[in-house]
Design a binder for this molecule. Structure first.
Ligand code: ATP
Length: 344
């Protein structure tokens, strides 16, 4: 049966970059059916619900979800974003957030002398850690207010994300934590890291504190293969890695649960209200996110061809203005499309 992809362009620049990406994918993944859904701030403001049950059922039946961005300055409450992205990650238990950061061309690096070519993945645990939503405020607003956020880690949750890290690593897994300041979670992560590493003798196992990992990333990002860490540290380190690889307009991501067959793909950037509606957003993050989607659906050669076309376009200076070029969103996507057709 043809794979079905549910497409949610969402808000802001999501509506500009996702259709461009899907147009490229349509020529690449023969038979993939793309079905678009309006899950966005307009709907939320109109009806009070962003993701109605009838659309949710369609997403449940899809082989993959391609999401643009959820966020709109007209919507003040965090509940809107949580009711879409947070909700989908939770109900589908998409615990592995894969954020590749590959430097496609040296000119994109903010570093003066990038030592080695950067090609790494930040693997962020998506369902636990500091963002698990556990905590409380006591006596809010008073001068005796207490605010508590729990750092929640489970044996099963830590084990499965570490297993995932070793499964995708080519040569090394670097586990990042802050065990000296957070010894309880540190003890669990380290014990599971030792146990899982033993099962994968062909892959080097290394550990860094999160502060040291940030410093190492800036000094020599080329040293890393897979960095695996809890939710909050992964959020921060993946932004840092993304910037080192050319910025947020380039960064793709996928959310996976290999036990279920579901996956959700989204560019790392948000709705970017400051540039939305002007046709200047960089479509590369969304296009490369589409490449991850192709790979997930088994179209490996097509995914490689798409990445090669992106690299060729970037190297030829066919860039949007965030990368120092002057192309519009549509022009940058068209340039990649042309290179795709002529093979690089
Ligand atoms: P949200 O609340 O939806 O996360 P945001 O503006 O806080 O939106 P981002 O959308 O990630 O966060 O944008 C951060 C900055 O990066 C903005 O200045 C934005 O214009 C810029 N940016 C993000 N994505 C792109 C892109 N694809 N092309 C060019 N600039 C981008």
């Amino acid at each position: 049966m043809a794979p079905r992809v549910a497409v949610l362009p969402g808000d802001g620049i999501g509506r500009e970059v996702v259709p461009e990406a899907v147009a490229l994918l349509q020529g690449l993944g023969p038979g993939i059916e793309f079905e678009f859904f309006d899950v966005d701030a307009d709907r939320y403001l109109r009806t009070g619900v962003a993701l109605p049950p009838e659309i949710f059922r369609r997403l449940e039946q899809a082989d993959a979800i391609f999401l643009g961005a959820i966020g709109d300055p007209r919507v003040g409450d965090a509940a809107y974003q949580a009711s879409v992205l947070g909700h989908l990650r939770t109900v589908f238990d998409l615990y592995a957030n894969v954020r590749p950061a590959r430097l496609l061309d040296e000119s994109l690096s903010p570093l003066r002398h990038p030592r080695r070519r950067m090609d790494l993945v930040v693997l962020r645990e998506n369902t636990e850690g500091l963002y698990a939503g556990m905590g409380a405020r006591y006596r809010p607003g008073s001068d005796q207010e207490v605010a508590i956020v729990h750092h929640y880690n489970t044996y099963a949750g830590v084990t499965r994300i570490l297993e995932y890290a070793f499964a995708i690593a080519r040569r090394e897994v670097c586990m990042v934590d802050k065990w000296n300041a957070m010894p309880e979670s540190g003890a669990l992560w380290h014990a599971r890291f030792r146990a899982v590493a033993e099962r994968h003798p062909g892959i080097r196992a290394r550990h860094l504190m999160v502060d040291a990992a940030a410093a190492h990333l800036v000094r020599d990002p080329g040293q890393f293969d897979v960095i695996v860490t809890e939710n909050c540290f992964g959020d921060i380190l993946s932004d840092l890695a993304g910037e080192l690889a050319g910025g947020i307009g380039m960064a793709p991501s996928g959310n996976f649960n290999p036990a279920g067959r579901r996956a959700l793909f989204e560019p790392v950037h948000g709705s970017a209200p400051d540039i939305a509606g002007r046709g200047v957003a960089n479509p590369v993050a969304a296009i490369r996110t589409g490449g991850m989607l192709l790979q997930h659906l088994g179209f490996e050669a097509a995914a490689r061809a798409l990445e090669a076309a992106v690299v060729a376009a970037i190297r030829a200076g066919e860039r949007t203005r965030d990368l120092g070029g002057n192309l519009s969103t549509a022009e940058a996507a068209a340039a990649i499309g042309r290179r795709l057709r002529r093979g690089g």
